[in-house]
Design a protein around this ligand. Structure first.
Ligand code: ATP
Ligand code: MG
Length: 366
């Protein structure tokens, strides 16, 4: 068997769509071999019936494999939101081997769940001093056993072989690092605005220092538009994607020109801006928390991605309010794409693909 047929593919099961990415090593870099994205119909998720929901997700998984032509069944997937608990803690100094044996005991006081009911993982981030004692900076990750079991069961019943279960925030970090051409010590915040969650990962150089999933994202914009215009969710979604924009005070002139033609643009902006302000408040709180922990370090730049980063002016709005540069991040900006991949499709989907690219990169470590 060739190396390529054994590759693990990244499969990001988001709340609005399923994404897939297959990479191939190419010299010291990677080549994008195939990708795809399949919507999960919102209506089926609103039925609150778990069997219907699972069937809708499984159907989207099947479609994304078909669309992308990917044959490998080995997948790296991820969890996010309430299903994972992430803690940055200081533990007594010991070797990684020792910590492996001691992790459940050490983690117990930090994880608000019965330790027997979670799957634990950890990463040593470095050494630290506390009260004159040498300590370890450790990243603890815990997921509920039954959530993991259900996730695995769903993948297996779709005919897939799960190889890796990651966390959205860490997959994003991988995707960002592979695209960064030069090493840097700067502190950046990755902000992935999806449909139901906005994931933040604050990095100092290559080290994660803070992560959080904020439950404010694209669906909240759509729901406001839905109410304002009395539309179905799918109609509001279309309107947002085609005409949605966040109006900026300094653009008054151009907006008044627009408003003569279409006051829907302004009304949409008016109902979406409070949602964005709420998200901004949560982003600020996260930065404040990091900055009080980090002493003297501040977040220098925001890297914006996720489908909702496509909403017009979101980057400008955040840059204005936060007072730091906010840069869009396309997942494949430094990854060569196979010539079979349509450039237009690639450009359109790139913002959605951060987590998925990070997952596809996990094959390197396995
Ligand atoms: N052109 C656009 N303008 C505004 N929003 C857009 C645009 N295109 C897509 N979106 C929004 O992007 C969101 C989907 O992004 P993404 O694929 O990153 O989410 P997801 O991974 O499915 O969700 P989550 O990670 O929250 O579970 C939707 O809310 C969608 O409305
Ligand atoms: Mg997502």
């Amino acid at each position: 068997m060739s190396l390529f047929s054994k590759t693990i593919v990244g499969l990001d099961i988001g709340s609005s769509s399923v994404k897939i990415v297959q990479l191939k090593p190419s010299g010291t870099q990677w080549q994008l071999m195939a990708m795809g994205m399949a919507e999960i119909p919102k209506e089926s998720l609103e039925l609150k019936n778990q069997d219907v929901q699972r069937a809708a997700v499984m159907d989207a998984i099947k479609r994304v494999f078909k669309e992308s032509g990917i044959k490998s069944k080995k997948v790296a997937t991820s969890l996010s939101g309430d299903s994972v608990i992430i803690r940055y803690v200081k533990l007594p100094f010991m070797t990684a081997e020792e910590l492996k044996g001691a992790i459940s005991k050490e983690a117990e006081q930090y994880i608000p769940l019965n330790i027997d009911q979670v799957v634990l993982d950890f990463q040593i981030l470095g050494e630290a001093q506390e009260d004159g004692q040498k300590k370890l900076d450790v990243l603890l990750v815990a997921a509920k056993v039954d959530v993991v079991d259900q996730h695995l069961l769903m993948l297996k019943s779709t005919g897939l072989t799960p190889m890796v279960i990651d966390v959205d925030a860490f997959a994003l970090q991988n995707a960002y690092e592979i695209n960064r051409l030069e090493p840097s010590e700067e502190t950046v915040a990755l902000v992935n605005m999806g449909a139901s969650l906005t994931t933040i990962n604050i990095l100092e150089g290559n080290n994660t220092r803070f992560t959080r999933d904020i439950p404010v994202a694209g669906n909240d914009f759509t729901k406001e538009i839905q109410k304002e215009f009395n539309l179905k969710f799918s109609e509001a979604e279309e309107l947002k994607k085609s005409h949605g924009t966040i109006s900026m005070e300094e653009d008054d002139f151009s907006l008044s020109t627009v408003s003569q033609k279409d006051d829907r643009v302004l009304r949409m902006s008016d109902v979406m801006t409070p949602v964005l302000n709420k998200l901004l408040g949560e982003i600020r709180r996260s930065f404040d928390y990091y900055e009080t922990q980090a002493r003297k370090k501040t977040v220098e730049r925001v890297i914006l991605l996720g489908g909702s980063a496509r909403l017009k002016n979101v980057n400008r709005f955040l840059a204005n309010k936060l007072g730091i540069p906010v840069e869009h991040f396309g997942a494949f900006r430094n990854i060569e794409a196979n010539k079979n991949i349509d450039a237009e499709q690639l450009a359109e989907k790139e913002y959605h693909m951060g987590v998925c690219l990070g997952l596809a990169l996990r094959q390197m470590e396995s």
